[in-house]
Design a protein around this ligand. Structure first.
Ligand code: URA
Length: 516
């Protein structure tokens, strides 16, 4: 018999290594005893294992096995630690070539809490490698059926975590958020990248009884389990979530059974909005009667924006805080990789406003870093301005595009989109109090004036309606689009002249808004 020791939690790495070794040595599934976290009962202590038989995670020797649950399932106590390289001298067997769906099923099913998961998965691998390559297509096969159900349960658990986890702000810490969640399976590491995508700009921790995940704005790390008591009970956003839930609740469609099925009771304690549920259900019947008596009205649009509205009333004290909130906000039009915040010193004298991030800006998360940005930098330098000393931002903070094949073709923002993002621009200007605001192109002019004014008419010094003095010029991408080289050179010279005038205007101009 071959004992294999894997770390607690979803030890995918350990399982892969073990499978490679077992297959290379021709060890059949019924010759393997799988053990998790150093369980001595099955085959004695972990020290009985030979070097090659331990998983790399198990070699860390830090996992302590928990108690066995009455139903025989392993209690959720720890996640597997990040995998470590093999020790020197140990040779990793070559990777196996498994059909993609089999590999995908393994990745998901290892997260299941069933202690038999590894044995079942190895049996699957063995059969696939011994003449049953299409095994997964036989849904009626008992092994396939069981593993498929396990994977489904894991996916559902991940979905629940994505849907029902709520961050709460840590009191006394400017922008740190903590959430507590109780998953059914070992899904923390599989579920965490979703939150990185969503809340890339915030510092957050997710605490669970099987481990914790931490994001510091740059790296994701995993740590020990935690208890509910370690997470904040409530925060200033609670009312916002509740308000949003109440505003989207339709009393005419209330169905407590269905509500419980979609939002199982075990998650309720962690969800601010569920505090509103009993009251909403109780009042549903009377609200329906009064709705029926009322005149029909246009349906109100529901959007995550409403949830953000509540947050927008908060006092914003710094650009860093503003931009963190922006990074966590949803794009108005789907597709963008991330919000692109403005960039530059907090006390810049000149703020340049562009249109919206382009393809490169969307990927890098910084304004004016693509072809138009490069041209802009050159023109700034030629005009005696230093990009590092000015603040550069956009009227619209997310990239809007049309996907054509592999290309993402820029789409001009609508007036409604410009209006939607106007709040962020206002806040940026309030916090920076620049001497001058320079609108580059029509969209920036629309953001600053609320009007569609042709650049050809407006180009030059400007006094914007909200009190800032500044300048209106062309957008650098206009220069890139000009078809002939002479026209380009002339337009570039004129653009540099505009920037020189801006530099001269800033020299003896007061900060902030000025009377017209
Ligand atoms: N165009 C813009 O208006 N902004 C950018 O950040 C890049 C291109």
């Amino acid at each position: 018999m071959r004992p294999i020791l894997l770390a607690e939690g979803a030890d995918l790495d350990g399982f892969r290594r073990a499978v490679r070794t077992l297959v290379a040595d021709g060890v059949a599934p019924d010759q393997v005893i799988w053990s998790i976290g150093g369980e001595a009962g099955l085959f004695g202590s972990a020290s009985h294992l030979s070097q090659g038989e331990r998983s790399s995670n198990a070699e860390g020797g830090v996992r302590v096995r928990g108690k066995v649950c009455p139903d025989g399932a392993q209690p959720l106590t720890r996640t597997a630690p990040p995998s470590r390289p093999l020790p020197l001298g140990e040779v990793s067997p070559r990777p196996l070539h498994l059909p993609r769906p089999v590999a995908a099923l393994i990745e998901t099913a290892v997260c299941h809490r069933d202690p038999e998961r590894y044995a079942l998965l190895y049996r699957l691998v063995w059969r696939v490698l011994h003449g049953e390559r299409e095994l997964l297509e036989i849904a009626s096969d008992p092994l396939v059926h069981r593993l498929t159900l396990m994977a489904k349960s894991v996916r559902r658990d991940i979905h629940k975590m994505h849907a029902f986890l709520r961050f709460r702000q840590v009191e006394g810490e400017a922008e740190r958020y903590v959430a507590f969640f109780e998953p059914e399976h070992f899904i923390l590491e599989a579920a965490a990248p979703f939150f990185v995508e969503r809340f890339r700009a915030l510092d957050w921790s997710i605490l669970t009884p099987i481990g914790s995940a931490h994001w510091d704005g740059a790296a994701l790390s995993f740590g020990p389990p935690a208890t509910r008591a370690e997470a904040p009970e409530t925060d200033g956003f609670e009312a916002g979530w509740r308000g949003y839930y109440e505003s989207t609740f339709n009393p005419a469609r209330v169905n407590p059974e269905l509500m419980r099925a979609h939002m199982p009771k075990k998650y309720w304690r962690n969800l601010p909005e569920t505090a509103a549920v009993p009251g909403l259900v109780r009042s549903a019947a009377s609200r329906v009667s009064s709705m029926l008596e009322q005149e029909p009205t246009m349906p109100t649009k529901r959007s995550p924006e409403k949830a953000l509205e509540a947050m927008r009333d908060r006092e914003i004290k710094s650009l860093a805080q503003l931009n963190k909130l922006l990074k966590a906000s949803e794009p108005l039009v789907k597709g963008a990789t991330q919000a692109v915040a403005g960039e530059g010193p907090d006390d810049a004298e000149i703020v340049f406003v562009g249109e919206q991030p382009g393809d490169q800006e969307d990927l890098q998360g910084r304004p004016f870093v693509g072809p138009a940005g490069k041209l802009f930098d050159r023109a700034l330098g030629d005009a005696g301005l230093d990009r590092r000393q000015v603040y550069v931002t956009n009227a619209v903070k997310h990239f809007k595009f049309d996907q054509r094949g592999k290309k993402r073709i820029h789409q001009k923002p609508t007036a409604g989109e410009v209006k939607h993002y106007r709040w962020w621009l206002e806040k940026e200007l309030e916090l920076i109090r620049p001497k001058l605001v320079v609108a580059l192109g029509g969209t920036a002019v629309l953001a600053m004036t609320g009007k569609n004014i042709p650049i050809i008419r407006a180009r030059g010094p400007a006094h914007f309606p909200d009190g800032y003095d500044g300048y209106i010029s062309v957008h650098p991408s206009y220069l890139l689009r000009l078809p002939d080289e002479d026209a380009k050179a002339l337009a570039y010279r004129q653009f540099v002249e505009d920037l020189e005038r801006v530099r001269a205007m800033a020299a003896d101009h007061p900060r902030g808004r000025v009377a017209a």
